[in-house]
Each structure stands twice: as C-alpha cells, then as structure tokens.
Ligand binder design. Structure first.
Ligand code: ZN
Ligand code: ZN
Length: 85
C-alpha cells in the first residue's frame, strides 16, 4: 500500500478486514487443494507438481490467459487448477 493514498482510518480498517478474509479464504483453498491432491493420488492419478493440472478433469496444464481454461475438454476456472495460489 502506498502512503500517498492518504487513507482514512476507516478505509485502512476496511482493507485490513478484507486482507483477513482473503487470508482465511486462501487457507481454506489450500486445505481443499491438499484434499484434492490426496484423492487424485489415492485413485492412482499422478500429476507433475509443477504443472497447472485441473482438479476436476484430466486436463494436465491450464491453457490460455482467461479466467477459464481454454481447453475444450476442460473449461474449468483457474482456481480449480493446481498452482494458482
Ligand atoms: Zn484445464
Ligand atoms: Zn478441468
């Protein structure tokens, strides 16, 4: 955050509260990802941990720059792929 924005205390508080909420959300997503990876591994699916594979389908690498994967067989959103957090 840049000091020249000259935020009021209420505005700073709003950003801090947002930060706390998004921090909690990230923790939750990480725990979902852990569970998702365990399920994939338990069912015999192995993925390259550096690849941006999909948790919902056999897409091995997120494609494109959009919020959704450009692969016609996938189309799942970025957050449903590994490696975006
Ligand atoms: Zn995909
Ligand atoms: Zn997919």
């Amino acid at each position: 955050m840049q000091p020249e924005y000259d935020l009021t205390d209420a505005q700073k508080k709003a950003y801090e509260d947002n930060e706390a909420n998004f921090g909690d959300l990230e923790k939750q997503i990480r725990s979902f990802e852990e569970a998702a990876n365990s399920r994939l591994a338990a069912s015999g699916l192995r993925f390259d941990p550096d690849a941006r594979y999909c948790y919902l389908c056999p897409c091995r690498e997120f494609e494109g720059a959009d919020i959704r994967c450009a692969r016609s067989t996938c189309g799942h959103s970025m957050i449903r792929h590994h490696g975006f957090l």
